[in-house]
Design a protein around this ligand. Sequence first.
Ligand code: HEM
Length: 412
Amino acid sequence: DHQQLPQEKGLDHTLDLLKEGYYFIMNRSNKFDSRIFETRLLGEKAICLVGEQEAKLFYDNEKFQRKNAAPGRIQKTLFGKGGVQGLDNLDHRYRKAMFMSLMTADKLEEIRQFIREEWKNHLFDAQNDVNVYEAAKYVLTRVALRWTGVPFQKEEADQWVDEFSDLFEHAADVGPKHWKARRSRQKAEEWLEDLVQQVRKETINVDQNRALYQFSLHKDPNGELLKLNIVAVELLNLLRPIVAIAIYIDFALLAMYDYPAEAERIREGNGREFIQEVRRFYPFFPFTAARVKQDFTWNNYEFKKGTLTLLDLYGTNHDPVIWEDPNRFKSERFQNWQGNPFSFIPQGGGEFDIGHRCAGEWITIDILHETVDFFSKEISFDFPEQDFDYSMNDIPALPQSNIIITNIQIIQ
Ligand code: HEM
């Protein structure tokens, strides 16, 4: 006998999702006292999951697939069409391997070096107050372009900061901001398509070890080059999220302000634990989405083929069953942490190669670690009075002030 899923009444709860933001799934999970329930979003039935066992279920490739899981409006801004996020099976494995082949120890070492150089160039001669979020986006845009091997003039980097940012800052917006994000995507894709064409025709010379060249010449499972537009979408799947690390950098600075004893721990060499706690504690990606691949039963609940299913990433990182005192910022919790693919999932869970876990998780960790070390050990600064609040119903959330620092001095 099947058990009935706890079911939220009402025709559609998309507006509640916008109102409750990162708490949407947790609120209902608490109300139903259940880690799984059913609601209606964007005009269809949706199953919501939160927790470690539930994450394990969600990342079972036999049970879920990604085809048509992301809403169209998110594809037109955040992800682009035809990218790795929406692929399954062999197509996914080939495409994911194209990303993962860039994530070698050498390449990670190199990006750490780039980030350090760019922070130095940007902050060592800062005269006035610095808006950390804006500074981070600028620094990360330059790092991203250098690391992927996309040629650029200085002024171009300045310009692409805004286009890349539009893609993640306005992905959940409606109205004019949504349209601005769509235009930015179009513009960025056209620019990259043109570059890919030049690489293929050998009319420009680019570093063969970098993403622009590698992606331009990558072959799909049929042995064919990818369509120009797909290469552009996948290059943006590197450029956009590298720039989006600015959001975590802003929260890392907020944590340094709010928890001075924690900031001290960075100076003592615990930067990695600190940034892991930043990734657990602060909101970024609320949830990820898939569809039921074929009918199955789990814990007596029936899952019907095609049903949209959301896994709560934020909620799982704050699950009191997994995390002691989940709403306390405490980096020491990562001191003896053994790693677990399903309980700590700010950038998705499961496996990298055969699953949809974030291809850029190691880069994100390295960039954050390098950045908090830089801000703790290479410079000193003050936080002027400002509005540090952030709102849990803005996606993505960000401190109101963007975090301003002043009196920047180089530590000799
Ligand atoms: C996928 C978060 C940075 C590239 C994902 C997913 C999440 C995520 C939640 C989806 C996981 C799933 O659906 O199961 C983040 C966050 C980041 C970040 C919060 C911090 C800024 C990066 C970076 C890169 C990157 C720096 C590239 C250098 C990707 C790619 C995928 C992905 C290519 C698709 C993987 C697949 O479908 O197999 N990310 N990410 N991300 N991320 Fe990230």
